[in-house]
Design a protein around this ligand. Structure first.
Ligand code: NIG
Ligand code: FE
Length: 389
């Protein structure tokens, strides 16, 4: 069954061979999809016939957002911690322990309901691919449970046993790293595509260079791809470690020295920026221009989590990236779609053209520019192809 999507005022393909500029823009466009994949894109005037038709009435269509960094399996919330931060308290990751407690005592049903609600929230705002991390269980059984639940909603699951040192291992970080690299990894690897580590020696709760290296090496030996939380709170080894080990992405990148930027520019690791975190922790934003001007591939993601940033909204992150990090609207939209796909090493999402998945987002607006131009307005949604007639 093929479907012709027409009435597209502006189509973002993210393929410069298919249209104008880096976003590959096609005005007055149409898209044909069949069996979950795109089979044709081009000007509406040249569109082939299809079994069904969906007219989007002069709206913009873009690839669904690829949110490559989210923590959605958790219990409780930390609204009180957020309120304290807004009165000047600094974020150091210490609050993660309270979410670990709430997550461990939640039932599968409670965790599944929260996870499902957040994924639905994302989808309603145009996100069609999401990565989901563990990291609030921090015991063998609780981490494996988080990943089994995450697998119910996405193939992009990430083992983050090395999120922080749990309370029962306080003062014994190396023992905890042994647990993470041994029995915990063995229980979790079958349910994960990626391994991640919070490499942040400046935090009393996270992991240093050597400990992070051990976690990543063990994850790689178990067949997982590598991701790193790095340089969020201070300058440190995370970015260079990620590049050296060929991680798909290093996320946060808020505090960088020239050597970090040079390493990213010379490597294959995507720099994923999470401006919702700086918004929600009242911190200085990463220097996106410095990275872009050096030729680094930049992705944008929400980091949706109950502590440092509880937003599920990629459009909000796009608006922040434009207003607060001096990205152009086109750069921000690319980073939230093509950039996220690169950060997950996916070639089937983040663009629209023959062979891409039929993951379409539609805007209540005629152009992608409106995502940043009209901040806070619910413009984006995932296009429901079942509405075709
Ligand atoms: O990406 N930095 C570490 N982890 C999360 C925050 C988790 C939390 O505060 O609950 C982050 O910001
Ligand atoms: Fe995170």
């Amino acid at each position: 069954m093929s479907t012709l999507v027409t009435g597209i005022a502006e189509l973002v393909t993210n393929n410069p061979r298919l249209g104008a500029g880096p976003l590959g823009l096609v005005p007055d466009a149409a898209v044909v999809v069949a069996d979950g994949a795109v089979t044709w894109v081009g000007p509406a005037s040249a569109a082939p016939a299809a079994d069904r038709r969906l007219d989007v009435g002069g709206r913009a269509v873009l690839p669904g957002f690829v949110d490559s960094h989210a923590h959605l399996v958790f219990g409780g919330d930390r609204a009180v911690e957020f309120e304290a931060r807004m009165s000047g308290q600094a974020y150091d990751g210490g609050g993660i322990a309270s979410t670990v407690g709430a997550t461990r005592s939640a039932t599968d049903e409670e965790l599944r309901a929260r996870l499902g609600a957040l994924v639905a929230e994302m989808r309603a705002q145009g996100t069609t691919t999401v990565e989901v991390k563990s990291g609030y269980g921090l015991s063998v059984d609780d981490e494996a449970r988080a990943l089994r639940l995450a697998q119910e909603v996405t193939v992009e699951t990430t083992f983050l046993g090395a999120h922080v040192v749990p309370p029962e291992y306080a003062g014994r970080t190396d023992d905890y790293v042994e647990l993470v690299c041994g029995p915990m990894l063995a229980a979790c690897a079958p349910h994960a595509r990626w391994v991640d580590v919070f490499c942040e020696p400046a935090s009393a709760h996270a992991f240093d260079d050597e400990q992070s290296r051990a976690v990543l090496a063990a994850g790689r030996a178990a067949g997982l791809g590598l991701r790193v939380h790095g340089n969020q709170l201070a300058e440190g080894p995370g970015v260079r470690l990620a590049v050296e080990l060929g991680a798909a992405s290093v996320d946060h990148c808020t505090h960088l020295v020239d050597a970090d930027v040079d390493a990213l520019a010379g490597g294959s690791t995507v720099a994923t920026l999470l401006p919702g975190v700086e918004f929600s922790t009242r911190s200085p934003y990463p220097d996106a221009r410095r990275l872009l001007d050096a030729g680094v591939t930049v992705a944008l993601a929400t980091d949706c989590n109950p502590g440092s940033c509880f937003t599920s909204s990629m459009p909000f992150c796009v608006a922040l990236a434009v207003r607060e990090m001096a990205m152009t609207p086109a750069e921000a939209v690319w980073s939230a779609t093509g950039g996220g796909a690169a950060a997950l090493r996916r070639t089937d999402v983040g663009w629209l053209g023959v062979g891409a998945r039929a993951d379409l987002a539609v805007l209540e607006a005629p152009s992608y520019r409106h995502l940043a131009y009209r901040p806070g307005v619910p413009l984006a949604r995932t296009l429901d192809l079942s509405l075709a007639t």
